[in-house]
Design a protein around this ligand. Structure first.
Ligand SMILES: C[S@@+](CC[C@H](N)C(=O)[O-])C[C@H]1O[C@@H](n2cnc3c(N)ncnc32)[C@H](O)[C@@H]1O
Length: 217
C-alpha cells in the first residue's frame, strides 16, 4: 500500500460497478491470499486499453483470471494470451474466464513464463504481473513480440512503497524489492521504451515501445 488506508478506501468507493463474478473472485482472492491487482490500478489500465484499443494482449501472471477478465472486458476487440505457472490457478482461471463468456478469445497457458511462448505471434499490449524478481526476464523475453507503439504495463513497481527505500524492507523481501528498483532503472533507461511510473495501487509502470532508431517500421 503506497497511499493511506483512508485514501484507498475512498478510491475503492469510486470503483465502477463490477459483475458478481469479479466480486466473487475478489472475495476468493482475499480469503485464500491470492494476490490480485488493486482496483484503482485496474481502473487505470482499463482506461488505457479503452484509449489504445489493442487487438492482442499478452498477460504474464494470470492467477485465477481476475485481471484477465478486466482486460478482456476493456478490450472487447482483443484476443488474449495469459500465462500462469500454477496448475490449479490456471485451471480455475480457465473456468472463471469461461463463466465470464470470454473463453473464445482468451487462451490460458499453464507454463513457466520464463520459458517463453511458442510461435511468433505479436501483441499490442503486454501486462506483466508475475514473480516480481523476474520482471526483467519477462520484459527481455517478450518485448521483441510487442509491436512498435504497443503498451507495456507492469504492476507492483513500488511494492508497498518499499522500492523507494529498500532499507525499510525486511530481510525476506529486500532482494525482491532491490530487483524491482533495478527493473525500474532498466525501464527508465531502455532505448526502446518511453516509460512513466504512476503511484496508483501498488505502483504501475506504463511504457510505449518506440520505433527503433533508423527503422521505418
Ligand atoms: C500477482 S499474481 C497475478 C494476479 C493477476 N494478474 C490478477 O491481478 O488477477 C502473480 C501470478 O503469477 C504467477 N507466476 C509467478 N511466476 C510465474 C512465472 N514464471 N510464469 C508464470 N506464472 C508465474 C503466480 O503463480 C501467480 O499466480
Amino acid at each position: 500500500m503506497i497511499t493511506t488506508p483512508e485514501v484507498d478506501a475512498y478510491l475503492a468507493s469510486l470503483a465502477p460497478e463490477r459483475s458478481l463474478l469479479l466480486r466473487r473472485l475478489e472475495r476468493e482472492a482475499a480469503q485464500e491470499e491470492i494476490p490480485i491487482i488493486q482496483l484503482p490500478s485496474v481502473q487505470m489500465i482499463r482506461l488505457w486499453l479503452l484509449a489504445h484499443r489493442p487487438t492482442s494482449i499478452l498477460e504474464v501472471g494470470t492467477a485465477i483470471g481476475y485481471s484477465t477478465i478486466w482486460l478482456a472486458d476493456a478490450a472487447p476487440q482483443a484476443s488474449i494470451v495469459t500465462i500462469e505457472m500454477d496448475a490449479s490457478r490456471a485451471e480455475r482461471a480457465q473456468a472463471n474466464i469461461a463463466e465470464a463468456g470470454m473463453a473464445g478469445r482468451v487462451s490460458v497457458i499453464q507454463a513457466d513464463a520464463t520459458a517463453g511462448l511458442p510461435g511468433d505471434q505479436t501483441f499490442d499490449c503486454l501486462f506483466i504481473d508475475a514473480a516480481k524478481g523476474q520482471y526483467r526476464t519477462f520484459l527481455d523475453l517478450y518485448l521483441p513480440r510487442i509491436v512498435t507503439g504497443g503498451l507495456i504495463i507492469c504492476d507492483n513497481i513500488l511494492f508497498r512503497g518499499l522500492v523507494a527505500d529498500p532499507s525499510q524492507a525486511g530481510k525476506r523481501l529486500r532482494p525482491m524489492v532491490e530487483k524491482l528498483r533495478d527493473f525500474n532503472d532498466y525501464l527508465r533507461n531502455h532505448p526502446q521504451l518511453e516509460t512513466t511510473f504512476i503511484p496508483v495501487g501498488d505502483g504501475i509502470a506504463v511504457s510505449v515501445k518506440k520505433q527503433e532508431p533508423g527503422s521505418d517500421a
